[in-house]
Design a protein around this ligand. Structure first.
Ligand code: PLP
Length: 485
């Protein structure tokens, strides 16, 4: 921690933006990552460490990617087969991007949306991940002090991406569990009204479909309501569709692009899509972000701004080749969605067996876990207290709902696609064991005492714990404190 005087000194020397808290690094969301970084779980090297379940990464299909890379050495410029392209690629620096890259990305975006819409490669603007895309759009669409409405709960990174360096604000549209956190006309109107009363100028609405953290999709009626709403207020609509290909069950994904093509009374100049290859392909390290705007001026100014966050030409070259391999891409999309569905199903079913419910979802790399009944008190302090136990004692880094601006305490986001099957099994057992404690969940001291009496520490051998758990008479949903309450 930097002391206040040091901080002051620093603030005289450095800019206000650079030294303020806008990055959000001090939130519980990132604290969980730190807990993991200090003691990372490893199946053999550190089996008692913290399991990372706070990272929305898609690692379930890397075998397919690796196979493709091995079979396509010409796609890389650092192989014998591809080296002849090295110079051309290394010196290319046009901020429009390689034409074959834009073409391939546009085609991939169409495929992911079931070929129901078309995308014009000339409207594809590159950015450093969706992170860069959001900031770039905020710079293009709003001035410092202006605000975007955003339905809660929402991805915590939006606070950093849209607000930090731009001075733009986010204004919550409060969604609630009583209707599965649906975005309603009423909630939108109320938020807009409230902002007006506070003299905050609303420049747009930001939605994320499929939703992080909910893993749910917006249905056609809701999307039409949203498009009608932004048209009636003459404000922008930014749709983050970064999880478009993570859908693994019905209903199918409906992109805002479908709605826009359908609705006659829509001003297309207000519609902008943010996309990225970080989730659907599982390449967050490649930093491939896309702004797709229907507004010509926004395309043109965003392209100029993209100079600050271009995608490396080497990456463009490789991806142009990979994404153009339609047979591979079709197989990848189908297989990825199947594996995600299987993993999500296994995990949520396992939790249901010990009485933990989750919001019904059919997309994403995470689900929204309901631990409201485990709170000592129904407050955000109560939520953080439970979260600390889960991090420090159960050793799972799940993310508390408050970091997603959820309006109700007791919800947690659990990521399930960034680990192998064995790690998932252990994570499930840890949480099940924790929930099935006969003394009740809030009594972690009692759990520890009980464990040490049996010469077993929760954080000791999970091999042993697995055994204990499976053979315990408590291993029955009927004995779960959750089922009992
Ligand atoms: C909804 C959403 N938008 C944007 C991002 C940032 O993605 P990228 O890695 O492409 O910057 C994330 C990452 O978790 C996300 O969940």
């Amino acid at each position: 921690m930097v002391s206040i005087s040091k901080n002051n000194q620093k603030q005289q020397l450095l800019s206000k933006i650079a030294t303020n808290d806008g990055h959000g690094e001090n939130s519980p969301y990132f604290d969980g990552w730190k807990a993991y970084a200090n003691n990372p779980f490893h199946l053999t090297d550190n089996p008692n460490g913290v399991i990372q379940m706070g990272l929305a990464e898609n690692q379930l299909c890397f075998d397919l990617i690796q196979e493709w890379v091995v079979n396509n050495p010409k796609a890389s410029i650092c192989t014998v087969e591809g080296a002849e392209n090295f110079q051309d690629i290394a010196i290319f620096q046009d901020y429009h991007g390689l034409p074959e890259f834009r073409q391939a990305v546009a085609r991939f975006m169409e495929k992911v949306r079931g070929d129901r819409v078309t995308f014009d490669p000339n409207r594809i603007v590159m950015s450093g991940g969706a992170t860069g895309a959001h900031e770039m759009l905020a710079f293009c669409l709003a001035d410092p002090g202006d605000a975007f409405l955003v339905p809660t709960p929402y991805y915590p990174g939006f606070d950093r991406d849209l607000r930090w360096r731009t001075g733009v604000q986010l204004f919550p549209v409060v969604c609630e569990s009583c209707n599965d956190f649906k975005v309603t006309k009423k909630a939108l109107e109320e938020a807009y009204e409230k902002a007006q009363q506070s003299n905050i100028k609303i420049k747009g609405l930001l939605i994320n479909n499929p939703s992080n953290p909910l893993g749910t999709l917006l249905d056609k009626d809701t999307l039409r309501d949203i498009v009608t709403f932004i048209n009636s207020k003459n404000i922008h609509l930014v749709c983050d569709e970064i999880y478009a290909a993570t859908v693994f069950d019905q209903p199918r994904f409906i992109s805002v692009s479908e709605i826009v093509e359908d609705m006659i009374e829509c001003n297309k100049d207000l519609i902008h899509i943010v996309y990225s290859l970080s989730k659907d392909l599982g390449f967050p390290g490649f930093r491939v972000g896309i702004v797709y705007s229907y507004n010509d001026t926004v395309v043109s100014i965003a392209r100029k701004m993209s100079s600050f966050g271009l995608v490396s030409t080497q990456t463009q070259h490789l991806l142009a080749s990979m994404l153009s391999d339609e047979i591979f891409i079709d197989k990848f999309i189908a297989e990825s969605s199947e594996r995600l569905g299987e993993r999500q199903g296994m995990f949520t079913k396992g939790l249901a067996e010990v009485g933990i419910s989750t919001l019904k979802s059919n997309a994403g790399l995470f689900f929204w876990m309901d631990l409201r009944r485990l709170l000592k008190e129904a407050t955000f302090d109560g939520e953080l207290e439970l979260w600390r136990i889960i991090i420090n004692e159960v050793k799972l880094n799940v993310s508390p709902g408050c970091s997603f601006h959820c309006s109700e305490p007791g919800w947690f986001r659990v990521c399930f696609a960034n680990m192998d099957d064995e790690t998932m099994r252990i994570a499930l057992k840890r949480i099940s064991y924790f929930v099935l404690q006969p003394k009740g969940l809030n009594n972690i001291a009692a759990i520890k005492k009980q464990c040490s009496r049996r010469k077993l520490q929760i954080s000791l051998s999970f091999r042993r714990l697995d055994h204990e758990f499976m053979n315990s008479p408590a291993h029955s949903p009927m004995n779960s404190p959750l089922v009992r309450t």
